[in-house]
Design a protein around this ligand. Sequence first.
Ligand SMILES: Cc1cc2nc3c(=O)[nH]c(=O)nc-3n(C[C@H](O)[C@H](O)[C@H](O)COP(=O)(O)O)c2cc1C
Length: 222
Amino acid sequence: MHAVAFNGSARKDGNTALLLRHVSAELDKEGIRTDMVQLAGKRIRGCTACYKCFANRNRRCAVSGDEVNDCIEKMVAADAILLGSPTYFADVTSEMKALIDRAGMVGRANGDMYRRKVGAAVVAARRGGAIHAFDTMNHFFLIEQMIVPGANYWNIGAGREIGDVEKDEEGVGTMRTLGRNIAWLLKAIRSAGETRQTQESVAEQETSRRTPGSSRNPRRGK
Ligand SMILES: Cc1cc2nc3c(=O)[nH]c(=O)nc-3n(C[C@H](O)[C@H](O)[C@H](O)COP(=O)(O)O)c2cc1C
């Protein structure tokens, strides 16, 4: 199992990255790898509302030439998607919003392709507006039919200069709890899937045993 984390900050390795790393450290302890994609400095344009993703249905955004299709591929491959953003004017960064709009529309155009993956949002803020940014990212997960675990507070870390969030003990603790809850949920989902597969295969064997002439009946042809 693995997770992918997108850091929407314009500052590479800033506070948002530090918070995401506290989450991924907990995942790591449970054997779950996290790959981080930092959007800082990358060209990411907004959705052009061409709706070609609905016509093409090829799991790609029709706008090419930037990073978004790579990000979408990483989302599709992962078991958990983390979105992290600093608070900019009480919301996510433009880069994060562009990723949400385009990856989100492609997901919906292709049969809700992130359905039942685990999703979690992480926010850095100096002072205000973090909860709004948090909500923005959760809207993506929820409309994509993803499963969102909580922590012991909303997933917010406080700080302005790079490194300040490390002094926010409660924020760091929240990230650690979140990481543990994501790991727990991923394992629970995997184990539920395995149990269901076993039950389905037992039921299938039972049906074929009771149905003479069934193509799955081992006595067929004797
Ligand atoms: C354009 C801009 C807008 C910001 N707006 C807010 C804001 O509305 N509320 C807030 O608490 N902090 C605001 N900040 C501060 C950042 O959210 C804060 O410094 C955060 O720790 C940066 O995280 P980063 O190091 O990952 O970029 C803003 C910063 C910038 C550059």
